[in-house]
Design a protein around this ligand. Structure first.
Ligand code: PNS
Length: 161
């Protein structure tokens, strides 16, 4: 049995191979995956929402059941708008769990039909985060293996011109 539409929300500033791994695995389980890029993050993003969407679109171009969109406001309102009730999140370590659990319970309190599906990260990407990618690129380190190959020039151009 496959699920219908699932939503994978995040800041994706920028997307990493860890995000791509979660997207690929969700795309196997669901008919459709909507990657939802948060516009109004409390953190100040390096890439604009349009740029983050464009990077993701480039990265998921080979998947025919993955769509990239942006949203602002509450995630539950976006879920209602797209008619989805399952949120997918990746968990790298126990340290991720506390905040993710809090968000899952909040979303469920706001919209009881919502279920959050936690996917354990691939062990190869446990250390990886958007912040780590930015740090490495800023000081001229190689992004090989950290982000999709075709995004490397775009990310480097911004962080280490
Ligand atoms: O990649 P991130 O920064 O961990 O993603 C966090 C995200 C976008 C999933 C979360 O901040 C979010 O859903 N924000 C939208 C606002 C919202 O719905 N808040 C209530 C749930 S905590």
């Amino acid at each position: 049995m496959t699920m219908q539409t699932v939503v994978y929300p995040g800041s994706f500033d920028p997307c990493t191979n860890g995000h791509l791994d979660i997207i690929a695995r969700a795309a196997k389980m669901a008919d459709k995956v909507i990657v939802a890029v948060l516009i109004n993050s409390s953190k100040t993003p390096l890439f604009t929402a349009e740029e983050r969407v464009a990077l993701l679109q480039k990265a998921v171009a080979d998947f025919d059941n993955v769509e990239v969109r942006s949203f602002s406001g509450l995630l539950v309102d976006f879920m209602k708008e797209v008619g989805a009730t399952v949120i997918v999140k990746g968990i790298r370590a126990v340290s991720d769990f506390e905040y993710e659990f809090q968000m899952a319970l909040t979303n469920n309190a706001l919209y009881p039909d919502i279920e959050t599906l936690f996917i354990p990260s691939n062990k190869d990407y446990m250390f990886l985060s958007s912040s780590i990618v930015k740090e490495v690129a800023k000081y001229g380190g190689s992004l090989q293996g950290l982000v999709p190959e075709k995004l490397i020039p775009v990310i480097n151009k911004r962080l280490n011109p």
